[in-house]
Ligand binder design. Structure first.
Ligand code: DLL
Length: 438
């Protein structure tokens, strides 16, 4: 399906030769540093002694201090607002994984730029004028629904703002309106795929062609499953509210990483411990500087997202650096008996075992001195009446698959089909009951 997509490019900035891009970035970086200093007390203090003009090359970015989620929280509610209140066009918010809300104000220009960067990945992944798109993301403070909505309309597509939840109604919309594309989190796509199967709806009856998924980590194995279930070509897109929302980066049809919109977002990949750049292709934390944001600029924002960058040219002609799939947030990483494990690794392992459903939960305990990780996995309905021996065999198979991906043994608990929670937005799969370190 991806081969059918012609090589349309939405915005010529996507193909700027890297030298020119670098010039544009430096020019914008200088401006945003002065702008942020002038308008936001936090940056005035943090950037004391550095002016835009002091930045002679992009490497000088490393002289600038970081901004963290905690800094944004400390500035709640309006501490990072860089425009007069009556110039705000929209406010979104993010509660993050820990629950405390931060607000993100946009200027009218920010809204235009946001719409533009979302349009880029939509076109890159197959959206064309005239397509009908079902948006099954939440609409609200979450940036997913509104962000994609404006982008789709800007490309010339039409939107069914289904919002997330009420899976039965999602199916009616899919079946009756026959949208060309669907937008949601990968875990909700899995839930919808499961409902389609449960109703025995043939994929061909749906007419879906494309899926644009983002908002949470997922694996290539999960992509294959979703594509099979829905009969689509699926692309990944990345972003975070503090920076803009969806649109920071997205895949093209070659799906060899997500192209960053580097004319708007300057991205670094740093070792989270030393905060020094990691070599190209190696994993590190993405750190993003907004180059054009007016409402709430951020400088060297520590995303906590672990990925790697590739500057290799891409056959699509886009020159924006590509990030690999986010393995997970550094704060989602579990350290189990000293080994680092991401929930996506469990997903990858489970999707290799045909008889297991990709629905799982991870519980971590420390009953004595050692960590015990238990993965609860649903079996497929057709396995439900299998013999004890088959069940034991399946448990061993899952355990071996997890061991080969993560390098550690986990307890496997098989549970009946459709008993684990289904997600409509971002999945929450980990319960860590270990005592917190002091
Ligand atoms: O999730 C923005 C978004 C919405 C992106 C819809 C794409 C589609 P937040 O709610 O602030 O914003 O959450 C941001 O979600 O730091 C990542 O940890 C994670 N995330 C977002 N997209 C991806 C992705 C939106 N494609 C946080 N792959 C980020 C992996 C993702 N993780």
């Amino acid at each position: 399906m991806g081969h059918d997509i012609d090589d349309q490019i939405f915005d010529q900035n996507e193909t700027l030769p890297r030298k020119e891009l670098g010039k544009l970035q430096l020019e914008r970086l200088r401006k945003i540093v002065d702008y942020a200093k002038e308008r936001v007390p936090f940056f005035r203090e943090k950037l004391a002694g550095i002016d835009g003009d002091d930045l002679k090359s992009l490497d000088d970015l490393r002289k600038l201090p970081f901004t963290t989620k905690q800094d944004l929280r400390d500035g709640y509610p309006y501490g990072f607002l860089a425009i007069p209140k009556n110039e705000i066009a929209r406010i979104h918010g993010s509660s993050g994984t820990t629950g405390k809300l931060t607000f993100v104000p946009y200027s009218h220009n920010d809204m235009r730029n946001w719409t533009n960067v979302v349009s880029r990945f939509l076109v890159a992944g197959g959206l064309r004028p005239g397509h009908l798109v079902q948006i099954s993301f939440g609409y609200g403070l979450f940036t997913g629904g509104f962000g994609l909505h404006y982008g789709i309309e800007n490309v010339g597509g039409a939107v069914v703002p289904a919002a997330s939840g009420n899976t039965e109604r999602q199916l009616s919309i899919l079946r009756d309106l026959k949208p060309d594309a669907i937008v949601c989190t990968p875990s909700y796509a899995l839930t919808i795929g499961e409902a389609i199967k449960a109703h025995n709806i043939p994929r061909e009856e749906l007419g879906l062609k494309y899926g644009f998924f983002g908002g949470e980590p997922w694996t290539d194995e999960m992509r294959t499953r979703i594509e099979d279930d829905l009969g689509i070509f699926a692309t990944d897109n990345y972003g975070l509210s503090e920076v803009i929302g969806p649109g920071a980066a997205g895949e093209c049809k070659y799906r060899k990483g997500q192209h960053f919109s580097e004319d708007h977002f300057l991205v670094e990949c740093l070792d989270p411990e030393t905060l020094e750049p990691v070599p190209e292709g190696q994993k590190g934390e993405l750190v993003i500087t907004t180059l054009t944001k007016e409402g709430m600029p951020v400088i060297r924002y520590r995303t906590r997202d672990i990925s790697s960058l590739s500057y290799e040219p891409c056959p699509c002609g886009r020159t924006g650096v590509r990030m690999t799939r986010v393995t997970g947030r550094s704060d989602d990483m579990l350290v189990i008996r000293g080994v680092n494990v991401y929930p996506t690794q469990i997903e990858e392992a489970l999707l290799r075992v045909r008889e297991a459903a990709p629905h799982y939960m991870i519980d971590v305990d420390r009953p004595g001195t050692l960590d015990v990780a238990t993965v609860r996995v649903e079996i497929l309905p057709e396995m439900f009446s299998a013999s004890m021996r088959d069940m034991v065999g399946l448990r061993d198979k899952i355990s071996a698959a997890i061991n080969s991906v993560t390098g550690i043994r986990m307890e496997i608990e098989l549970v009946a089909p459709k008993t684990l929670e289904r997600f409509q937005g971002k999945a929450k799969r980990v319960t860590d009951r270990r005592p917190k370190a002091e």
